[in-house]
Design a protein around this ligand. Structure first.
Ligand code: ADP
Ligand code: AMP
Length: 243
């Protein structure tokens, strides 16, 4: 398939703990299928940076590694999904993160998105990236992000060619404010308590597919392409390893 060809893939949802590789994979999927990547973390960080009303409400919560309240995040996602570029499909990275957000998203897609935007009614493809818990801390403390466009690097596994400089746009690479060990622990706790039930929510509906996120980036991407292009054949099962 030619890179960037817009395909009606419908909604794709990436689940997985902080550091699993959601952002890394979402960018590659967005490029291949010509659909927008919607990262709630990125949108919230941009609001914090601009000092918007939402940013002011979210700033301290994010700095503590806790989840921003559902109503704020759902309104933000609704506004983004109403934009025309989402009609052929979109990839959500970091949302839904609570069972309430998952229920809200299903209702929004059913009652507003498919109806009003004349989008084809495709059930979301839900992919969970599974990573050994012990790797997450190293992935997060080693993460560096480019200031201009959010390109993602890792000082251990995916270093830039020149230290602290983005290969793609030459901008400075920074460590995210919440990628500090004490905040990471809070974020992993929030994942365990609030986000694990989201995977159960989709599993009960037979929509969850897991991929092995411990592999190198390209191999994880390969599994994702397979899932997306064989959607329907794989719902409810994990074709890559037991579980
Ligand atoms: P998330 O969006 O799930 O928090 P990221 O995509 O930002 O995760 O990835 C977290 C860190 O792990 C980044 O530094 C990224 O470069 C690195 N990373 C992502 N996928 C892999 C992988 N398959 N193997 C090794 N490192 C990875
Ligand atoms: P991320 O970039 O996905 O790691 O998210 C960074 C932070 O943004 C999280 O620790 C939360 O504080 C907040 N956040 C992102 N997405 C959500 C969401 N769906 N619900 C609540 N808070 C979120």
């Amino acid at each position: 398939m030619a890179e960037g060809t817009a395909v009606n893939v419908g909604p794709i949802i990436l689940l997985g703990p902080p550091g699993a590789g959601k952002g890394t994979q979402a960018k590659r999927i967005a490029e291949r299928y010509g659909i927008p990547q919607i990262s709630t973390g990125d949108i919230l960080r941009s609001n914090v940076q601009r000092g918007s009303e939402l940013g002011l409400q979210a700033k301290a919560i994010m700095a503590r590694g806790e989840l921003v309240p559902d109503d704020l995040v759902c309104n933000m996602v609704a506004a983004r999904l109403r934009e025309a570029d989402c009609v052929p499909g979109f990839i959500l990275d970091g949302f839904p993160r609570t069972a309430a957000q998952a229920g809200w998203l299903d209702a929004f897609l059913e009652h507003e998105f498919f109806d009003n935007l004349h989008a084809d009614k495709c059930l979301p493809i839900v992919i969970r990236i599974d990573v050994d818990y012990n790797r997450l801390l190293q992935r997060l403390t080693g993460r560096r992000t480019c200031l201009a466009n959010g390109h993602i690097y890792n000082v251990y596994s995916q270093p830039p060619r020149v230290a602290d400089v983005c290969d793609v746009d030459g901008s400075q690479l920074v460590t995210r404010n919440d990628d500090r060990e004490e905040v990471i622990r809070e974020r992993l706790k929030a994942y365990d308590l609030q986000t694990r039930p989201v995977a159960e929510y989709y599993q009960q509906k037979g929509r969850l597919v897991s991929v092995n996120g411990d592999l190198p980036v390209e191999q994880v991407t390969g599994q994702m392409y397979w899932v997306i292009e064989h959607h329907g054949a794989v719902e409810g099962m994990s074709p890559f390893y037991g579980g």
